[in-house]
Write a protein that binds this ligand. Structure first.
Ligand code: FES
Length: 107
């Protein structure tokens, strides 16, 4: 079981238990987490699943691939280390306890 926590800009926290094989975006949209839309269905084309990974968890994730990097660069002048598109985060059991901060949707 992989439980992750989404934190809203106002500090409200929401725990979501991921189903096997889900991405962060899929788990969030299934649970109705505010601010995570997933407009493109997880194809790395919309950035409506943008999150900031909690500092202590950044190193637990595999690095962004080129497509995710380019999409983030298209919405941010400087891409912070923790910025991710959570449709690209596969919620494997090793990520249990992951904390993701929901950020404003760009554009
Ligand atoms: S759902 Fe569109 S980029 Fe993640």
């Amino acid at each position: 079981m992989t439980t992750i926590t989404f934190i809203q800009p106002d500090g409200a926290a929401r725990e979501v238990v991921a189903k096997p094989g889900e991405s962060g975006m899929q788990a969030a949209t299934r649970a109705g987490v505010e601010g995570i839309i997933g407009e493109c269905g997880g194809s790395c084309m919309c950035a409506t699943c943008h999150v900031e990974v909690a500092p202590q968890d950044i190193g637990r994730l595999p690095p962004r691939d080129d497509i995710e990097q380019e999409m983030l660069e298209s919405i941010l002048t400087d891409v912070p280390e923790g910025s991710r598109l959570c449709c690209q985060i596969k919620l494997v059991p090793e990520l249990d306890g992951l904390v993701l901060h929901v950020v404003e949707i760009a554009g």
